[in-house]
Write a protein that binds this ligand. Structure first.
Ligand SMILES: [Fe+2]
Length: 373
């Protein structure tokens, strides 16, 4: 029987477009339809039948990508995907909802998490993803290690697309690669980012986001991190990062990559601090990392020192699946707040104010930060 084995899920939202993806159990067609949404007092949000539009992709594939274009900014739509195989078997998703990206000056919210790949209590991600959904972010940054072994196909459903299914129906996600993605082709096949897909940038509202693949910048030898030839000014990602940040005039700039340059626990990767002067020179406000299974927020840092006026805040948000790590016995000089608990981070951007909240798996708030321009 033909079935939908992943998704549908959302990718690459813009104010006027959205990309739908799903995977079917066998090669089949790529079809979708969508509707405008109306609010009625008695029935809540329902679709407008007369607004229906149909879209068809190339088909004859298992992993489907379908772009909806010509949409209205910051607007809710209903959508449904459908595939038909050569034998005429039909499979359809439920009717689901999506929201297009906001215009430049409209407030928005995003969530940050990582490490859903487990390594102990793999029920944590099943509590975390619904908790994220309750906070209704416009999108999710997934800061790597979404799976345990990225080259193992089954992992992608077991650790990420399965536990996050309901969230991903209506919440686009941006993945940056961790070591557990193992630079697997799945990490590129299951997403719809611009080539080369493992590093990219985008704008959402008044904020610029840049994702790096630090598994190309650092390799482990005998258990110790070592800079690769990519981690220097001639490297492709180094050049991308400089050009990308220099070109952006966004109010806020957020960069995310997996290995943490600052954390007061195991797995800190100090070699990545060579990127910090680039971030500082181009007005980056916030950096999200993972890899260490903790929550840790740094003081504002500049030139590897405390700088309350112009420093960048580094946040390790490594708590969506694995059992939290032990911290070192004492905090580091750069540590502002830290907790070894399962968690995610929610950020609300409203014009010149950015508010960050760290929330545990039971919905309890345990850290906040407000930045103002
Ligand atoms: Fe990692």
């Amino acid at each position: 029987m033909l079935s939908i084995v992943k998704g549908p899920y959302l990718q690459w939202p813009t104010p006027t477009s959205m990309t739908l993806m799903w995977e079917t159990s066998g090669p089949a067609s790529t079809e979708g339809r969508y509707w405008g949404t109306q609010r009625t007092h008695s029935r809540g949000l329902t679709l407008l039948p007369e607004s229906e539009k149909q879209v068809t992709g190339a088909g004859d594939t298992c992993i489907h990508t379908l772009v909806l274009e010509g949409l209205v900014p910051e607007t809710l739509y209903h959508y449904q995907v459908r595939s038909v195989d050569a034998a005429g078997q039909v499979v359809e998703s439920a009717v689901l909802s999506l929201k297009t990206a906001v215009d430049h000056n409209t407030p928005f919210s995003f969530a940050v998490c990582s490490e859903s790949g487990g390594y102990g209590d793999d029920l944590i991600n099943r509590r975390l993803f619904p908790q994220i959904q309750r906070h209704r972010p416009d999108f999710l940054l997934m800061v790597g290690d979404a799976v345990q072994q990225g080259r193992r196909y089954e992992d992608w459903e077991q650790f990420f697309f399965g536990p996050a299914k309901a969230l991903l129906y209506s919440t686009p996600f941006y993945l940056c690669l961790g070591n557990h993605e193992e630079q697997a082709t799945w990490a590129r096949d299951f997403v719809a980012y611009p080539e080369p897909r493992n590093y990219y940038s985008f704008d959402y509202g008044n904020t610029h986001f840049t994702a790096l693949d630090c598994t190309e910048l650092i390799e482990y030898r005998d258990g110790l991190p070592v800079a690769t030839a990519e981690l220097r000014p001639e490297g492709a990602q180094w050049r991308f990062l400089v050009a990308d940040l220099a070109a952006s005039r966004a109010t806020w700039k957020v960069v995310f990559f997996h290995y943490p340059p600052y954390v007061s626990a195991d797995y800190q990767v100090e070699q990545l601090r060579v990127l910090c002067p680039i971030l500082e020179a181009h007005g980056v406000d916030l950096v999200f990392n993972s890899h260490t299974i903790v929550y840790e927020r740094s003081h504002p840092l500049r030139q590897d020192r405390l700088d309350l006026e112009r420093g960048i805040v580094y946040v390790v948000a490594g708590g969506a699946g694995a059992t939290p790590e032990w911290f070192h016995p004492k905090r580091a000089w750069h540590t502002a707040q830290a907790r070894a608990v399962p968690h995610f981070v929610q950020v609300v951007v409203a014009g010149s104010t950015l508010e960050l909240r760290a929330i545990d798996e039971y919905g309890h708030l345990f850290d906040t930060l407000q930045l103002r321009k």
